[in-house]
Ligand binder design. Structure first.
Ligand code: HEM
Length: 252
């Protein structure tokens, strides 16, 4: 049954029931923490992956650094597998907890859409974008993480570009990029509002400021991601006749 309390709970993420169990609050907290960790990861991921904008050599060196080359001769891709496994576990935990906020039947969904049209409230629309991008990421994020976990040796200026261009992964990355940047940006903004992090003496003004900063960051990260994706595609296009050949480090 979809009553007023349930809709409020869906939109605000707050538990409106009166019972004494601490469980919903704990689960809520776990969702915030896992989401924040994932958002931080993405913040760094898109910058590191954007190293291709500085050239093939820069991306190669960074990849080798993540493989632990300073300590292990030639690097060890298994380190990337382990990292991807940890992120995948966090991703599944976060998505699993989020499932409880999805409308659980078509009727509930219709009622929610009617509610949304009636309110046309900014934060309601943000919630809708987050549910939609989250749903997309269930699938695309899993494909990407599984690939990184099982083929960590295929990361590099040519290997990544061949995958993106010749293996036709770019449409997936394009949709994943837009989804993840919107989802993380809106997610962190909602966390700021929910936990009142920067409310200070002027909550209204500070919330508006947070909103503006979140919008600028989303825009910048989208630009960075698109520029990187375009660069991988260009390299992949130029490298298509040598598909599969790996990048060789330039002599120092
Ligand atoms: C440890 C885990 C991860 C590793 C090692 C990793 C690695 C990479 C690499 C090497 C690329 C370049 C393309 C390629 O080689 O295929 C890439 C692209 C990308 N990754 Fe990840 N990734 C990880 C987790 C994630 C997660 C959790 C997400 C979001 C759900 C994500 C979203 C993306 C997106 C959107 C792109 C394309 C970026 C662009 O368009 O510039 N990645 N990742």
């Amino acid at each position: 049954m979809l009553n007023r309390e349930y809709v409020t709970e869906l939109l605000t993420g707050k538990d409106t029931t009166k019972h004494k169990s601490r469980m919903p609050a704990r689960i809520d907290f776990l969702q915030s923490v896992s989401g924040l960790l994932l958002a931080l990861f993405i913040l760094f991921h898109l910058v590191f992956e954007g190293s291709i904008l500085l050239g093939k050599e820069a991306m190669y060196r960074l990849t080798k650094m993540f493989e632990g080359e300073p300590f292990i001769e030639g690097g060890e891709p298994l380190i990337i597998s382990v990292l991807a496994f940890i992120i995948f576990a966090l991703f599944i935990l976060h998505a699993g907890i989020a499932l409880r906020k999805f409308p659980s039947s078509y009727r509930e969904y219709r009622r929610y859409i009617e509610h949304k049209a009636l309110l046309n409230h900014n934060d309601t629309n943000l919630w809708y974008i987050q549910i939609t991008t989250g749903f997309i990421m269930f699938f695309l994020g899993s494909i990407h993480l599984y690939m990184m976990m099982t083929q960590p040796e295929n990361i590099g200026p040519y290997a990544s570009s061949d995958r993106i261009y010749s293996d036709w992964m770019w449409p997936m990355y394009l949709v994943l990029l837009i989804s993840v940047v919107l989802h993380a940006g809106i997610g962190v903004y909602r966390l700021i509002i929910k936990w009142g992090w920067f409310d200070g003496k002027d909550p209204r003004g500070n919330r508006q400021r947070s909103r503006k900063i979140a919008k600028v960051l989303v825009g910048l990260y989208l630009l960075l991601g698109l520029a990187s994706l375009g660069t991988y595609m260009k390299i992949g296009y130029e490298h298509q006749n040598d598909y599969g050949k790996r990048y060789v480090e330039q002599k120092k």
